[in-house]
Design a protein around this ligand. Sequence first.
Ligand SMILES: *Cc1c(COP(=O)(O)O)cnc(C)c1O
Length: 475
Amino acid sequence: MADKKLSTFGQEVGRRSWAEPWKIKMVEPIRLPNKEERQRAMSAAGYNTFLLRSEDVYIDLLTDSGTNAMSDRQWAGLMMGDEAYAGSRNFYNLERVIQEYYGYPYIVPTHQGRGAEHLISQTVIKAGQYVPANMYFTTTRLHQELAGGIFVDVIVDNAHDPADLHPFKGNVDIEKLKSLIKKVGQANIAYVSLAGTVNMAGGQPVSMANVKELRTLCNGYGIKVFLDATRMVENAFFIKEREKGYENSSVANILKEFCSYTDGAWMSSKKDHLVNIGGWLAVNDQDLFDRLRNMVVVYEGLHTYGGMAGRDMEAVSIGIKEAVADENVRARIKQVQYLADLLMDWDIPIVKPVGGHGVFLDAGEFYPHIPQDQFPAQTLAAQLYLDSGVRGMERGVVSSGRDPETGKHRYPALELMRLAIPRRVYTQSHMDVTAEAIKEVYRHRDETLGLKMVYEPKYMRFFQARFEPIEKGAA
Ligand SMILES: *Cc1c(COP(=O)(O)O)cnc(C)c1O
């Protein structure tokens, strides 16, 4: 009632905005290079946004990995670093927080996510075994393949359609998984590799119902389920928003319930945990833990730091508690939604529903005249930088790499250009500038030609490949 009185001029308030649950205490200046500087920088970078210098970038949406802004509490935590080689107090803090929020009893720290992926892949996969997964992630699949695993995508078909509005496009297709198990036999499945909010599908979540069903199926066959928990906090928020029965649960409770249906998890803390570096591996099985803990000393560091400084472990522990707070996740996801809403208002093709960590432009739809082997998404990332100094990244044929059997490009159904939003770093004005830049690039789409690849490295080519623009008439 009081609200009614406050709304003056006889007007009802038309919208109620969300706001970040923090205010800004320190700023880092950024600069927009002029057009000539951008042209020079892009050409020096071989039209690959990974090869740009950060100083030449105005708004950096390359990745949300390790680009987070830490809180004053986390910075204070750095000062509490216990840099003992063995038994650092910060490790025990981290262990306790992971046990509390993720629920796994045994923790192995690693320097970042791929350190954990390496350990679990080498320890659990026997050469020739299959690793079914809800789509792939670049480093995850590579480590599984390097360990001799055969990757099989068992995500629901909806995930491959950027316009499909299914609320849980990250779900495992239980029937696909069942038929794989029947075909190859349960002994030939290393484990199910399940990712929360599937990055390569555009940040799409997995439902609680799906993970429960997966658990039941795998129990029947004695197959383990390991979780890529990197963006599981965002997944938990989507469950709260979209899945019946969870509206009134906290993100923290949903997260813990979800993890309880899995046998362990690996984590890149550089995402959800609001830090710049860190990761871990956590499992329920003590024997497996012993093996992992023995491996970590070979590749990462002692089992009470795993490649992280004590201070970094402290920042992760504090970050986990901040990350799971409902208002933190809400502000993060709503900022992504804000950018997406602007683009949708202007009919710019993006992946829907909007994912948790960024907006994915549908480059195939954006540039229908550029064939996939002329890299539409790579082209879009280059054009956006040239227009405005905004940096995004390719998630299409370049990222997919080559088939290890045939040596041919893997042509993914999704040819996307990702704008990942770092957590707590940019304001809504930065989102406005970004959206307007995309609108401008879209207006000039018909004049834009594709790229040709002139250098291709062996592993994860999207990081270091170089391109040249295709000249008019040459294609
Ligand atoms: C980033 C990421 C990884 C790898 O983690 P790093 O910390 O970059 O090594 C693994 N899985 C997913 C889903 C990721 O987003």
